[in-house]
Design a protein around this ligand. Sequence first.
Ligand code: NAD
Length: 303
Amino acid sequence: MKNLDKIIDGKYYADKLLKKVHPLCENFFLKFNRKICLAVILVGEDPASRVYVKNKLLTAEKNNIKSIEIILPTETSEDELHKEIVSLNEDMTVDGILVQLPLPKHISEKNVINSIDPNKDVDGFHPINFGKLYMGNPNFIPCTPLGCLYVIKNELKQITGKHAVIIGRSNIVGKPMASLLLSSNCTVTIAHSKTKNLKEHCIRADILIAAVGCPEMIDDTYVKKDAIVVDVGINRLEPSEENKKSKLVGDVNFTKVINKVKKITPVPGGVGPMTIACLMHNTVKAAYKNEGQNFIDILEGYL
Ligand code: NAD
């Protein structure tokens, strides 16, 4: 196989999913005489967060989803943020609520997530949604792991019995990813910053998922031949003598592993677009449920 054929095109898969999401948005408008509505709250000036929010809102607009963007200054108190969320919870015309993370240090992310109505929690971070996922009865599933699962299941028609190793144990990526793969009958290993002999675990993975936030730390010595590698990491490398411009890289050293893998997601253009497509999916699901409709989940077959 040529190396080019090994690259998993996240944009292709995102478009494939959005093609199914789009008509649901159109039908919703015809049926309920209003657009599906996603509210996004951004607190502070983090440049990466601004880019992520902008991309989410652009995709919403393209899919006929109305968005409400609430930008609050860094010094916003937890109480003020809480009030904004309560007001969105109570607004029947708002279907989904997303608070862009990370939040400034003085605000408890846990308290903020807990205050979002679980039925509008399109990020899937609320403890009720998290618990349901772990019980094997998911409602809203965190967008990044959901996107990864969609890609993996499209690439590998049979994943039962595969050994998946996830590097990272965050509530946003690592843990929900583990739960999804476990429900898909994989044997799952979760590695983290305190794992001993990380390489020995990774080298046994049929499916290797890197969600660390450490630029290009995974090279070919961590990867089994013909493994599927999903690189979740997004790291910005500042300009140097070698590279005059700043650039985005993943947690995987793409150049070193490409010869060894069966398939790999690139950064950028891999997991990122799928995360946004899954957010649109979750928002549509929230909207139909908000109107008391029985929503037939278009991702049902992937869970
Ligand atoms: P996090 O900081 O919450 O978690 C990182 C995890 O990596 C931790 O569980 C930690 O134990 C583990 N870790 C750190 N150093 C390690 C080491 N040396 N060896 C093994 N494990 C180690 O980060 P997160 O929110 O889970 O995000 C991880 C990465 O994914 C970041 O780069 C983030 O930007 C990216 N991300 C991308 C998307 C996307 O849409 N593509 C979405 C979410 C996060």
